[in-house]
Design a protein. Structure first.
Length: 146
């Protein structure tokens, strides 16, 4: 039985907020601790470098954020070792107008690539978490926009 892509997961949600509001919020490493289940309670460690703790096992995760404002993309370099962070997660924001929707809305897509170290249970947890996080992001952004 096919259960989806075993190396990359994607999740997209439409948000009733302009792209610039979404981009600013999703680029904020401290604010990310409000919606990312694998790295809550974010702390800023340095330029674009943050740490947070997993809601699941309290493990510390390090994140370096690399933004591409021209393309409305945010790369999240993640890992347990601050010296070996990998760009395994990326967010892309597209305007609602581009897809025939309201110009004051946008679509947020989160792509995540599976590390060879992630067993099937860890991968499933990550995929389900990211899908849940999309609803948290939607609610946070629409509250900000109102």
């Amino acid at each position: 039985m096919y259960t989806g892509d075993v190396r990359c997961h994607s999740s997209t949600i439409q948000v009733n907020t302009p792209t610039d509001v979404a981009f600013e919020y999703l680029s904020d490493g401290v604010a990310q601790g409000d919606w990312t289940l694998g790295s809550m309670n974010r702390r800023k460690l340095g330029d674009n470098l943050y740490s947070g703790n997993s809601i699941f096992d309290d493990a510390e995760l390090f994140v370096r954020i690399d933004v591409d404002a021209d393309r409305l993309m945010i790369y999240y370099h993640v890992g347990m070792d601050i010296e070996d962070l990998q760009p395994r997660n990326v967010v892309r924001i597209v305007s609602g107008k581009m897809l025939g929707e309201n110009e004051n809305s946008c679509f947020v897509t989160l792509l995540s690539w599976r590390s060879a170290l992630a067993d099937d249970n860890r991968w499933k947890q990550l995929c389900v978490s990211h899908e849940t996080e999309m609803f948290i992001i939607k609610n946070r952004l629409e509250k900000l926009a109102s």
